[in-house]
Design a protein around this ligand. Structure first.
Ligand SMILES: Cc1cc2nc3c(=O)[nH]c(=O)nc-3n(C[C@H](O)[C@H](O)[C@H](O)COP(=O)(O)OP(=O)(O)OC[C@H]3O[C@@H](n4cnc5c(N)ncnc54)[C@H](O)[C@@H]3O)c2cc1C
Length: 541
């Protein structure tokens, strides 16, 4: 069997893998970077590309105040006993360094996502702005042949940055058409495309060429350590040996039904990540005795099934569709069950409620209910009247008829909408406090100037619409337990020499999500730490 020798082997080309490879190569390591799919970038390239790297230098430059202690206090206040303080400290201490190092040593260029708050800004140490960064537009022309080998998803395709999206503050009226045309000349892309494009350019500049269609399948043991990995490539299997270590940056296990059923705490009906994230890294680590942690958790999101040209029916992550006015969520009893504008990860808890008497997930699947005014003003998953109502949406001229078509009790839905409309008129949601958190208002309609009305608003403009909502995930959080350098620990708590986990590790975040960029932030940090540590082992004299 063919054998190749590297200093560091990285599996997976999402942001975590690219960062690990970049850091290791910058430290002088010879890096083998392998990707299972035929394109690079993973879910990171499909994403908004926002990174939550608190206490970063852009925050300081803009005059925001932040500190290590505040970030630590904030995160630990969300722990519920699931977060390991040393890992959290490693994250908090390294996050500002990673942001600065990437900018100083690669084409990565960040700017602050203005107006976007932490996901629990009222918790101690929480902030209303400053901790979330994103990359500036990146000309894919600079990637030459690689420009066409970066994966592109269906929801966020990179024509605009997140600051220019409805979530951001940069382009209240949208980016003018001539601006978009100009971007096409050099194929300038924002969001996750910009993050991956810039990291990839950085890797290529340092001589790291990803090898696609190469799936890591089994770790190679040798004298008490992991010495490499068996890879199935387009021309057959080969062994990639690693003097310093193997970094697992293979994403989660959300696309493996058996692992999902075995480990997750409640329904995960739709995964919105790349389909190649099937838990390969987890299985490899389990085979060599890794301890596991955070297995019950995922980065939960609410999803609806929509039709997208060229893709067919796909899950769509529901964001502003539930945080803006004139929209609510109800369960099959026709009643609201949560603050719809809460952050998406926290909403997972509402979907997972089991009624002890009925022994049923009473809020899952749920319904999104909006009125015509909402659709005309904001649109929904690419649809906006007067385009014909798509097949994935139920439409009715009255709330009563809508309830009948949804199959929920008519009287209950009528009462729910009437009560919601009275909350909207009063400017206060007495049932679930929607709009009381700065987070909800920041994700509302900016035209209302950060008031409750930016997220409240009556449902009173016919026709009315309903869409099934299912609990989904950006990815799972569980994986091998690691130390503060990303080194995988075994079931006795000892380091498995030569094995690292980037973002495929059991997440540092427990059941929480710090703020916009809360999944990519830890990916960058632990990718960076893993790459640096493995490179140091391989290159030390
Ligand atoms: C629409 C959308 C928007 C999002 N927006 C944001 C955002 O703005 N901020 C944020 O923080 N998060 C966001 N997320 C979530 C975020 O994209 C993911 O959590 C993140 O990309 C995970 O990074 P990663 O590098 O760990 O994994 P990935 O980017 O998924 O990369 C893993 C890679 O490993 C490869 N792989 C798997 N198995 C193997 C194997 N055996 N051998 C070799 N390669 C393998 C996969 O093919 C994949 O390319 C978003 C997600 C979506 C879908």
């Amino acid at each position: 069997m063919p054998e190749h020798v590297y200093d560091v082997v990285v599996l997976g080309t999402g942001a975590a893998g690219l960062t690990a490879a970049l850091r290791a190569a910058a430290d002088g390591a010879r890096v083998g970077l392998f990707e299972k799919a035929d394109t690079v970038g993973g879910t990171s390239a499909w994403s908004g590309g926002t990174v939550w790297l608190p206490n970063n230098r852009h925050e300081m430059e803009l005059g925001f105040s932040d500190s290590r202690e505040e970030v630590l206090t904030y995160l630990m206040s969300l722990s519920h006993g699931l977060m390991e303080q040393p890992l959290v400290e490693a994250y908090v201490d390294t996050a500002p360094e990673v942001a600065a190092w990437l900018e100083d040593n690669s084409p990565v260029e960040f700017e602050t996502l203005r107006g976007m708050s932490d996901y629990h800004p009222e918790h101690p140490g929480g902030k209303q702005e400053g901790r979330s960064l994103e990359c500036t537009l990146f000309p894919f022309a600079d990637l030459a042949d690689w420009a066409h080998r970066v994966t592109v998803g269906w929801q966020i395709t990179g024509e605009i940055t997140m600051s220019e999206s409805p979530l951001g503050r940069k382009a209240p009226g949208g980016v003018p058409a001539e601006g978009l045309e100009r971007r096409k000349l050099r194929d300038e892309r924002g969001a996750g495309q910009a993050l991956v494009g810039r990291l990839l350019r950085g890797c290529l500049d340092r001589g790291v060429n990803p090898q696609v269609g190469c799936r890591g399948v089994r770790l190679l043991p040798g004298s008490g350590r992991v010495t490499g990995v068996l890879i199935e490539g387009p021309d057959g299997p080969f062994e990639a040996h690693a003097r310093g270590g193997v970094v697992l940056a293979t994403g989660g296990f959300e696309h493996d039904e058996r692992l999902v059923t075995a480990f997750l705490r409640g329904p995960l009906a739709r995964a919105v990540s790349v389909p190649t994230n099937t838990g390969d890294g987890l299985r490899m680590a389990m085979r060599v005795g890794a301890d596991l942690t955070d297995m019950r958790e995922a980065w939960w999101v609410a999803t609806i099934d929509v039709d997208v040209d060229g893709w067919g029916r796909v899950p769509w992550q529901v964001n502003t569709e539930r945080t803006r006015p004139h929209t609510i969520m109800v369960n099959d009893d026709g009643v609201r069950f949560t603050n719809e504008a809460a952050n998406y990860n926290a909403l997972g808890n509402a979907f997972h409620v089991v009624d002890a008497q009925r022994f049923a997930y009473v809020n899952h699947p749920a319904w999104l209910v909006v009125d015509h005014h909402f659709l005309c003003r904001y649109g929904l998953a690419g649809h906006r009247p007067p385009a014909p109502t798509p097949g994935w949406m139920i439409q009715a001229p009255t709330i009563a008829e809508l309830a009948e078509r949804m199959g929920v009790p008519v009287d209950a839905l009528l009462a729910t909408v009437e009560r919601w409309n009275s909350h909207a008129a009063a400017g206060s949601d007495a049932d679930f406090r929607r709009g009381d958190s700065h987070h909800d208002r920041a994700c509302g309609d900016p035209a209302f100037g950060g008031t409750h009305q930016g997220t409240l608003g009556p449902i009173d403009c016919p026709p009315y619409y309903a869409i099934r909502v299912r609990c989904g995930a950006l990815g799972t959080k569980g994986g091998p337990r690691t130390d503060t350098q990303g080194r995988v620990l075994d079931v006795d708590g000892d380091v498995i020499e030569g094995l690292y986990a980037g973002n495929a590790m059991g997440s540092v975040m427990g059941m929480t999500y710090g703020g916009h960029g809360g999944t990519l932030g830890p990916g960058l940090v632990f990718g960076y730490l893993s790459g640096r540590h493995a490179a140091a082992l391989a290159t030390r004299p």
